[in-house]
Design a protein. Structure first.
Length: 368
């Protein structure tokens, strides 16, 4: 066992309130009416564009005519430019102080909601807050309602955004980024396609394997991770991954995975996944699975289990995506990976750059 480092996240924060049960979306109207009481303000909704034509899938999506609803194209990773544009548009419309920001969707939509909440009270641009504890003022009250399980965005203290100008994918890591209220309703994941359900769900498994093998691991993070991985195994090695019971288990695993990361950091895989998203535009869930294929040196047992899950569910995992790139692209992949110092320190120690040399990083990408 390696030495457990004494630094890391000392004072962890989790979401203070959550509903968890099938049909919990029905609680949204009550939550917002209680929050709005006595305030002549509107709410701002960020909603996955799937629900623009399938609003009935939400069961209950009550909003007043004064509220602002913004549908999010979740096929693209969230960017600093997108967040800045949406905040500017809200301000142009005179919406600077809503009583709540609600995110309804997957990790992309939830991260956008968290970022907008922070910018409305802190000012500036999204890129100003990419890093650790740069957000100094609490954001607008925010509610997270995940409609797919795995990212842990509902539980984490970050919202991850791609900065295309700088070629980086970094989080707005802050206690102020944490949702104030969650609604965890496994019924909302029933319509997710099986391959997307797998790719995104594996994020929970990957979060926890990285936590359990890190230098900053701790007993609380271990407890969250152990249970989440147990649920992931039960789901992804089962005959019916989207049964009602399995959808409940994966939603809990996603939440626990986010809580686990909130006590420490991720590891080697997520920085490589970020590189794939920045340079190749690959969506986070698929990028995680592609990066996983090259992790034998760092997570051999987990990689073996991953392939068993893939085979059991008959899920296609892209291969060869980095074999024929040009030198500039490999340089960008290296820079987008190595910048994640805290996760890589957690995984490999303070001398991680001597392990992940530029040649080594490019070799790993070539093997994907």
């Amino acid at each position: 066992m390696f030495e457990i480092l004494e630094t890391g996240i000392k004072n962890s924060r989790n979401v203070l309130r959550y509903f968890f049960r099938p049909g919990a979306i029905k609680e949204l109207e009550t939550i917002l009416s209680q929050r709005q009481r006595g305030q002549n303000k509107c709410a701002v909704y960020f909603v996955d564009q799937f629900f623009e034509k399938n609003a009935g899938s939400l069961g209950c999506f009550a909003q007043s005519e004064d509220d602002k609803v913004i549908f999010v194209d979740s096929q693209n990773e969230p960017t600093t430019d997108y967040v800045n544009l949406k905040v500017a548009k809200l301000l142009e419309e005179g919406i600077s102080d809503p009583f709540a920001v609600i995110g309804i969707g997957g990790g992309t939509t939830l991260d956008i909601a968290k970022a907008v909440s922070n910018l409305l009270t802190n000012g500036g641009k999204a890129e100003d807050y990419q890093g650790w504890d740069l957000v100094k003022v609490p954001g607008v009250y925010k509610v997270g309602i995940p409609t797919i399980s795995g990212t842990g965005a509902e539980a984490t203290r970050t919202c991850v955004l791609t900065n295309k100008e700088k070629g980086l994918k970094l989080g707005m890591n802050s206690d102020h980024t944490v949702f104030d209220q969650l609604i965890l309703d496994p019924d909302l994941t029933e319509t997710v396609p099986s391959d997307q359900y797998f790719y995104t769900g594996m994020d929970a498994y990957i979060h926890c394997m990285e936590v359990l093998s890190g230098h900053y691991r701790n007993v609380v993070g271990d407890a969250f991770s152990d249970q989440a991985i147990k649920f992931c195994r039960e789901v992804f090695l089962s005959d019916e991954i989207k049964s009602a019971r399995n959808r409940e288990k994966l939603m809990v695993a996603s939440y626990f995975g986010g809580c686990a990361v909130g006590t420490t950091y991720v590891g080697v895989l997520h920085p490589f996944s970020a590189g794939l998203s920045v340079v190749l535009g690959m969506h986070h869930g698929i990028a995680n699975c592609v990066a996983m294929t090259a992790m034998e040196e760092f997570y051999p047992r987990e990689l073996e289990e991953f392939w068993r899950m893939v085979e059991k569910q008959n899920i296609p995992v892209p291969r060869g995506v980095c074999r024929n790139l040009n030198e500039e692209q490999y340089d960008l992949l290296y820079e987008a990976t190595i910048i994640h110092e805290k996760p890589l320190t957690n995984a490999l120690g303070d001398d991680f750059k001597s392990i992940l040399t530029k040649e080594k990083v490019i070799e790993i990408f070539r093997s994907m």
